[in-house]
Design a protein. Structure first.
Length: 276
């Protein structure tokens, strides 16, 4: 974690890197369960780099003895295709454990060829919507004992569920949906006892915001079109009313002239009679 800008806001990826260090420390016996839960709670409630820095200051990271650093540069944008998200190599996280607690894998991370997770009286979330993939086919192996896990996949990804449930179960609702060309294949397997593993398909927050903005723009365009039509109808009605009014005035003026002419003719006739 960087000490250069402790007041800067931390991201979900920053918090997840610190949480991974804590899980390694728990597995190695450097932290007991009470310390682990206390520090994990502090990690997920941290808002700035300064909040995260003390959590792993006394723990080695990857055998190097240095606390994890936060990248101060923005990662390059993806090209939007699946080819750019299947990276090869190793995953950024290969396992997760929740014992009377919880875990999350979400945001920008690399899913390994096989990801193992275990929950006992706890739960976990494996969110693949913004993830990269180490291979075109990955396995999410879930063991849930009196607990539950949820796997979230983006649209376009093929899902195969092979898990076994005993007084528990695996969600098969997303099976049978064909994947996009070049998209990864996700196999969900494992065992659930008095627990369950759910699988759901969701769009990313950015995609959801984009769709919301598109719907808002469409509503605005329809409203503007209706307003234009209303104005055009109103303008046409005013022109018609003006035309009718003008015709009525001309018609009335003609009758008045005709009536005046007849009066003058009668007056001249009366004058001739008096003269004779």
């Amino acid at each position: 974690m960087t000490d250069d800008a402790p007041e800067l806001r931390a991201s979900d990826a920053d918090r997840e890197r610190v949480a991974e260090v804590l899980r390694d420390a728990l597995a190695e016996g450097r932290l007991d369960m009470a310390e682990f839960e206390e520090r994990l709670d502090a990690t997920y409630s941290a808002r700035t780099y300064g909040d995260l820095a003390p959590i792993t200051r006394d723990l080695p990271v990857g055998g190097a003895g240095a606390a994890p650093r936060v990248s101060m540069t923005k990662e390059p944008e993806r090209d939007g295709g699946w080819a750019g998200r299947i990276t090869g190599g190793e995953g950024s996280s290969t396992w997760a454990v929740a014992v009377m607690s919880g875990f999350q894998r979400k945001g920008r991370w690399t899913v390994p060829r096989r990801f193992n997770c275990f929950a006992f009286w706890g739960g976990g979330e494996i969110d693949l919507r913004d993830a990269d993939f180490a291979a075109g086919e990955v396995v999410i192996n879930c063991v849930a004992i009196m607990g539950g896990m949820n796997v979230v996949v983006p649209p376009g990804v093929e899902v195969v569920v092979r898990g076994i449930g005993f007084m528990g179960g695996f969600d098969h609702s997303e099976e049978g949906v064909l994947g996009d060309p070049g998209a990864p294949r996700v196999i969900v397997t494992g065992f659930a006892f008095w627990g369950g593993v759910g699988v759901e398909r969701k769009v990313t927050r950015a995609e959801r915001q984009r769709l919301k903005e598109e719907r808002r723009q469409e509503k605005l365009e329809r409203r503007q079109e209706r307003e234009r039509e209303r104005l055009e109808r109103g303008s046409g009605q005013r022109e018609l009313d003006a035309s009718r009014s003008d015709g009525h005035d001309r018609h009335g003026l003609g009758l008045h002239d005709l009536h005046g002419g007849r009066e003058r003719e009668l007056e001249r006739e009366r004058e001739r009679r008096r003269d004779t």
